[in-house]
Write a protein that binds this ligand. Sequence first.
Ligand SMILES: Cc1ncc(C[n+]2csc(CCOP(=O)(O)OP(=O)(O)O)c2C)c(N)n1
Ligand SMILES: [Mg+2]
Length: 628
Amino acid sequence: MAVLKTKRQTMAQALIAFLKNQYTERDGLEQPLFAGCFGIFGHGNVAGIGQALQQNPDFRYYQVRNEQAMVHMASGYTKIKNRLQTFVCTSSIGPGATNMVTGVALATINHLPVLLLPGDIFARRNVAPVLQQLESSQSQDISANDCFKPVSRYWDRINRPDQLITTLPEAMRVLTSPVDCGAVTLALPQDVQAEAFDYPADLFNKRVWHVRRYRPDANALAEAAILIRASKRPMIIAGGGVIYSEATAILEEFVAQTGIPVGETMAGKGSLKYDHVLQMGGVGATGTLAANLIAREADLVIGIGTRYSDFTTASKTAFQNPNVRFININVAEFDAFKHYALALVGDAQATLAELKEALEGFHVEDAYYQEAARLHQEWEAEVDRIYAVRNTPLPSQGELIGILNEQTSPDAIMVNAAGSMPGDLHKLWRARNPKNYHVEYGYSCMGYEIAGGLGVKMAAPERDVYVIVGDGSYLMLSSDLATSIQEGYKLIVTIWDNGGFKSIGSLSRSLGQDGFGTRFVFPKDNILAGDSAKDSVQELDIDFAANARSLGAEVIECQTTQDYEAALQAAQKTDRTTVIYIKNDRYVNVPGYESWWDVTVAEVSEMPSVQEARAEWQKMRDKEKFFH
Ligand SMILES: Cc1ncc(C[n+]2csc(CCOP(=O)(O)OP(=O)(O)O)c2C)c(N)n1
Ligand SMILES: [Mg+2]
């Protein structure tokens, strides 16, 4: 009988040795799945994973400032890598672990693979409760790490070292699956991390996870071609799946052949270059006039790689044609069937190639094509108009977007996530390459910007990375500026200060609530005043420039748009992370264009302004559709 070759290692050593040897392959390109490990050590991981990382210097460890931020870094990184490479994140137990939960939810919502290794309480239990242990009188099988269950695509706790052998292949399958990918959490009891086991030696052989391009069912494809040929007003909605699948070139060919206009979701923006004649721009609640007019009348919507969030569907008001039907191309059956669609379950690139062949000779009618082309031109003129505004005394956000777009290289990457910026950027940013527009809008998480931007830069060090961060988001999570300095990954961070929450302020006013709680002001008479108090309240005087400088960044403070242009040019010439600070006007908004977002207004209220807002809300509520 052959003797099984084994290697005696601690569970943590075995885990790192295994992770080092995992690769992905798609279209013949083979790469390591993991670029290394971000982490913060505490008693829950220092002796286990910490020791294993120390003895594996070829699996690079990166020290970070905040556990939430490190998960954002991993998300930013893997998004640029089209999910074929990612990072591991290690934390201690308790607060170190739960700090990651927000980042984990973000990764899963955006279908971004990230591997989390939170330390966990002793499996052996005899010393419990250990420092930071969440106790339950109901069960000894509960720890703070159970919080990761709903936000993970795969969750496991390794209570014995040999459990790794069955868990790791499952974890890798999920991380490398275009259908199931998202966060994978392996909770690691701190005692078990340090326990040794005789692992089979071949567990540590190189493994390649092949990322397949699944093809749709042939009958479904034939039916889709019939539907498209019969359609008078088809439209494509390009989602993030187009970009992850690297389907942008075939999309352009498909559009050239068929003449079907394209609207883009937040994650899909950049699928088609901004100046393509059939580019209608962002669609939905933050959409353009062109895309939203086309969507309103469309009789057939071809969704590609989209999960149809309420921003994309304008809370189910975007599609008003009573006969509208949907064809969804999606690698995930769950998303492909949304809106009672004809589902083409498959990879976007592979499916578009087959659909293109099935549609040979088909082109939309000329009148429809001309209408779309005209809407495209008109939208471009509207962007020019907003870019050219020169508001005084403070610039408007639209003009800052224009300056940033025009002053930056076409292959740069712009990063943003929350606040009033995503909506304006979705309309106004001219995406010049598929990665040019990097806005995290699945979770729209304040605090993603700088951390996510750092992950982006690590994934694409040859490209300039511009992070747009609001004053609110900056105050929430900016400490990993220090990590960008420590590791020499240069970011250009631009803080747009509008004295608080412009986004929620304007939402609050639209609900009749006067911007309550959204200005950064001192309380007066024990009340935090809203917008009607105007200048009668004192604003917080936060020195953002000094704050950024203290973390090691170069800082350029601007007053005017000319200063801002000059600052961007100067920042491009240095090799150090640079923060550009400018104030902008809280009240000058980019308009909405035939769009709507359902935020339900109080049904009863003693405030007349709220009653009026409720009446307006009801009109749009009545337009919301079911697709069944
Ligand atoms: C972590 C988190 N908390 C709360 C929110 C809700 N929220 C969305 S935008 C926003 C304000 C953002 O302020 P700022 O970064 O200054 O951007 P601005 O709205 O001023 O453009 C808030 C509180 C969120 N998206 N993320
Ligand atoms: Mg703000």
